[in-house]
Design a protein around this ligand. Structure first.
Ligand SMILES: Nc1ncnc2c1ncn2[C@@H]1O[C@H](COP(=O)(O)OP(=O)(O)OP(=O)(O)O)[C@@H](O)[C@H]1O
Ligand SMILES: [Mg+2]
Length: 255
């Protein structure tokens, strides 16, 4: 089992889109994949078509575990038609404060994940901030994948992220950066190419995926319909790009 968190403190960079589509493609290739939504916005949960009130979410489980009640991630597991998911719910926002005073608060998710060995890959979608939820996610992960837009501000965000990464590494020495993925890429914009070059220079070439995800409205439409891009429109550029990303992901993670 490999656990990959998808994180960046910057909002709207394609974290959730990357989580759903990478997971969907891996599943189509016969892998056993689990999604965990650790963002109170619950976008990933909606992306797999879950819109109804959720009884047990990641919040219920984290809380019980933190306060010593018997629980397991499988209590909240939903086998949605497309993918297995541990959903989020809006009240997960409370966890940031509630967990702050708990002993061992950084390891709560990590302890819960251990028994899930049946999965090949677990993807955890993070909120766009560095709080208890993101720390728990990074402490529980083997790898972090960082989507970012090829623009100036997101690049600053990536530098900032790497600073925090060093702090988290003290709590989880196994954690590795799998790589940066450029999203919403527009070849025609000079700034996009400049940032790509700068990123490759700064973070050494092997940490930047050579696949980039082009701007493609079908990706946004698919998400709105609660579908992955392969079920929504398998001929869209977004489907081609995420297929290439999955192939590169597998090479990197096995290599
Ligand atoms: N390559 C793309 N082309 C066009 N639209 C995209 C692309 N990737 C993502 N989007 C759209 O951009 C918006 C933000 O994407 P997404 O939700 O994946 O970002 P995020 O990093 O998870 O955001 P947040 O930080 O709020 O969780 C969504 O509406 C999504 O459908
Ligand atoms: Mg998101």
């Amino acid at each position: 089992m490999k656990i990959i968190s998808i994180a960046n403190f910057k909002g709207g960079v394609g974290k959730t889109t990357t989580a759903i589509n990478l997971a969907a493609d891996l599943k189509n290739r016969g892998k056993k994949v689990l999604l965990i939504d650790v963002d109170p916005q619950a976008n990933l949960t909606q992306s797999v078509g879950l819109t109804d009130e959720i009884e047990n979410s990641i919040y219920t489980v984290l809380r019980k575990e933190a306060f010593g009640e018997k629980t397991a991630l499988t209590d909240a597991l939903i086998e949605a038609s497309s993918l297995d998911i541990i959903p989020s719910a809006l009240d997960l926002a409370n966890a940031e404060l509630e967990l702050a005073s708990v002993y061992g608060r950084e390891q709560i998710l990590s302890q819960l994940i251990e028994p899930l060995e049946a999965y090949d890959f677990v993807f955890i979608d993070c909120p766009p901030s560095m709080g208890m939820l993101t720390i728990n996610t990074l402490v529980a992960s083997d790898f972090v994948l960082i989507p970012l837009q090829a623009e100036f501000l997101p690049l600053k965000g990536a530098r900032n992220f790497l600073k925090h990464f060093q702090t988290v590494k003290k709590m989880n020495e196994n954690l590795e950066v799998l790589g940066f993925v450029l999203t919403k890429y527009d070849q025609r914009k000079r700034i996009n190419q400049q940032i790509k070059t700068e990123l490759e220079k700064e973070f050494s070439k092997h940490k930047v995926f050579s696949t980039h995800i082009r701007i493609n409205i079908a990706l946004a439409n698919a998400q709105e319909h609660g579908m992955d891009i392969f079920s929504y429109d398998s001929n869209a550029n977004g489907a081609l790009d995420y297929t290439a990303l999955t192939t590169e992901f597998l090479t990197r993670i096995n290599g």
